[in-house]
Design a protein around this ligand. Structure first.
Ligand code: CP
Length: 315
């Protein structure tokens, strides 16, 4: 692949390759010296048009640990604020010869559009409700390490599915790897059209969590609800918030995941989120750095190969 724009275009073998390379980076990240020179001489620019803690920090760390020159564009202070378009901004940065562009944007499809205008590898760090591929890959790595496999698992994705790019990317990835995925949440947040992904839909948490291996909780994305129905937080927690009583319906060794940012007391009880015997939320963050290192390493290898073939030179 030239870019990482979504999970949709990836073959299961390509997903497995990213996870295998990421496993090696988990080991590197646990050592005193965390440095490699896989991206030495390359320039990585991070453009986040939406807020982020985990994704931005981990892409920056990943690039630095691999030896790239990393620049974080302060989009709030950029000429976007003076009316410059996304494409003009991309063309401007492209003229500075970056090798990797990491982009988060509030509009679905914006990162794909940008990738068509530049000469470097583009990584989607989340576009609107569309895809968040590195999140799905880090979730997959977390599941594979916790469960010892990434196939034939029963996985419940719970909460605000309608507005979630994390849910969409995970549904595609987990389906490609032959897992059984259930969506659990109120009908207003779990549209029937999601059945096209081949999953079952439940609006009762206890039924939806029955005997699952993995419980993946999602945040209520109020910023994407466009004035539509927003449930009261108390009522939502009562019916759909993950607490010990609801979790007891899952398998005794079921793991609890959340991509963050978390709203404790809304979609998840704080004691469950902090329970190191069940929650793998901190492991997800750790896997995020390794997966982003793997994704950039593999794209950089492809970039170097294509530049060598075209006689462009690499650095
Ligand atoms: N999971 C995730 O994308 O978190 P951030 O918004 O903090 O990057």
């Amino acid at each position: 692949q030239k870019h990482l724009l979504g999970i949709e275009p990836l073959h299961p073998e390509e997903i497995k390759t990213v996870l295998d390379v990421a496993d090696r980076y988990v080991d590197l990240n646990r050592q005193a010296n965390k440095h490699s020179d896989a991206l030495k001489g390359l320039t990585q620019i991070n453009m986040f048009f939406e807020n982020s803690t985990r994704t931005q920090a981990s892409f920056e760390l990943a690039g630095k640990r691999l030896g790239a020159d990393v620049m974080n564009m302060a989009m709030q202070a950029s000429s976007i604020k003076k009316g410059e378009t996304l494409i003009d901004t991309a063309l401007t940065l492209n003229a500075m010869h970056p090798d990797l562009l990491v982009v988060r944007h509030p509009h679905s499809g914006a990162v794909d559009l940008l990738s068509q205008k530049v000469n470097c590898a583009v990584l989607n760090a989340g576009d609107g409700r569309h895809e968040h591929p590195t999140q799905a890959l880090l979730d997959a790595l977390t599941i594979r390490r916790a469960k010892g496999r990434l196939h034939r698992l029963n996985i419940a994705i719970c909460g605000d599915i309608a507005h979630s790019r994390v849910a969409r990317s995970n549904l595609i990835l987990l389906g490609k790897m032959e897992n059984r995925v259930r969506l659990v949440g109120p009908p207003t947040l779990v549209p029937e059209q999601f059945r096209e992904f081949g999953c079952e839909i439940y609006d009762d948490m206890r039924e939806g969590l029955q005997d699952v291996d993995v419980v993946m909780m999602l945040r209520l994305q109020k910023e994407r609800m466009d004035g539509g129905f927003i449930p009261s937080e108390r009522e939502y927690f009562y019916r759909y918030g993950l607490d010990a009583e609801k979790l007891a319906h899952a398998k005794p060794d079921a793991i609890v995941m959340h991509p963050g940012p978390m709203n404790r007391g809304v979609e998840i009880d704080g004691t469950i989120a902090d329970d190191i015997n069940r929650s793998v939320i901190q492991e997800q963050v750790e896997m995020g750095v390794a997966v982003r290192m793997a994704a950039m390493d593999l794209l950089a290898q492809n970039l170097r190969a294509s530049r060598e073939t075209s006689g462009q030179g690499v650095m």
